[in-house]
Design a protein around this ligand. Sequence first.
Ligand code: XLS
Ligand code: NI
Ligand code: NI
Length: 437
Amino acid sequence: MSAFPDIQKIKYEGPSSKNPLAFRHYNETEVVEGKSMKDHFRFSVAYWHTMRGTGGDPFGPGTMIRPWEGKVDNVENAVSRVRAGFEFMEKLGVPYYCFHDRDVAPEGANLAETNKNLDAVVKVLKEEQGRTGIKLLWGTANLFSNPRYVHGAATSPNAESFAFAAAQVKKALEVAKELGGQGYTFWGGREGYQCLWNTDMKREVDHLAKFMHMAVDYAKKIGFTGQFYFEPKPKEPTKHQYDFDSAACINFLRAYGLGDCVKMNIETNHATLAGHAVEHELDYAGSQGFLGSIDANAGDLLLGWDTDQFPTDVYLTAKIMLILMKYGGFTTGGLNFDAKVRRESFEPVDLFHAHIGGMDAFAKGLKIAAAIRAEGDLARMLKDRYASWDAGLGAEIESGMHGFESLEKYMLAKGDVTPNVSGRQELIENVMNRYFF
Ligand code: XLS
Ligand code: NI
Ligand code: NI
């Protein structure tokens, strides 16, 4: 039985189309800078939002109409949801998806039963992957919903919560391997604290590192070769999450000897919660060699929480694509829509509108970014600004020829610096705007 009987495969119709169920810019085979759009983006659907989002909020219950959902959340229901999910992704034309263990299969009465439930659904996921060619971008484990994780998982003061989480991630890695997953993501969940007076921060952060090492070791042991990612988020649900931003995460990974095996998964709205722009987070991660994958969404500046909206702002997508292309694009990673339809958008067709809009916004952003790169103004203005480092004294400093004494000697002889030139921010902003309107 079809879950979306009235919807056909979404096609590219070009910028003049007014068909709400067609792409205006995302044309998967179109080549930009030598690579197809499909390969630039490696779009992915987030199973937790798209297939499990209920629309519930602190003021009321779920609102979503999802005809394929049964009354009881058992394995049978989970299986029909998988069929609906793959029909959705196939009609949308995305090559990847991501999920948490608990998104796809219900928990049982104990760990053994839970694992059995998961195995039963994974069998169907594998079958649907084979049927459609859709692949697993990354898997992850939900280490935050169940009350056993009330104080965190890897950073819990309760050692048995750590142990349960370890068992869960062990299984999640096995599943990711079974499904040919290209990655595995750690997101902090409740790894953080509400009150420092009852928190041994050093011990908790040490435990988090120990946990990640166990995961990396186990992946090696079973031959899971997917890329590990660490996803920063500064707050929510705890007041202070340990995975605050790119800089904090990269410091943590390096300090604990995980720098070679884990890259970053950057999420737009998490960046803004940290007081950064997403392009800052991407550039920081990229410049340190840690740029792995992207969770694409958008926040609302008038609401201070993780609203997980679909990205529609072409300025935003163009900025993201500029940084991504600067670092050579994705290898194992992709662009995962970690985004949900609004509570008021409760019909199945809204899921299509949301993803089509996001994909089109990124496709347009890619074209703009490619045009900026082709013309080269931005690169030229940037290079000019650092010209003093390309020859003479700057080049000598960069190549290690100087220390404080020789620099003092140089400045004593010269007296003062060559006058600075304007940063030309407004001019650069105007030049950038040429590509948008
Ligand atoms: C929550 C996170 C989460 C991760 C996966 O805010 O974005 O969805 O991406 O655990
Ligand atoms: Ni995310
Ligand atoms: Ni998020």
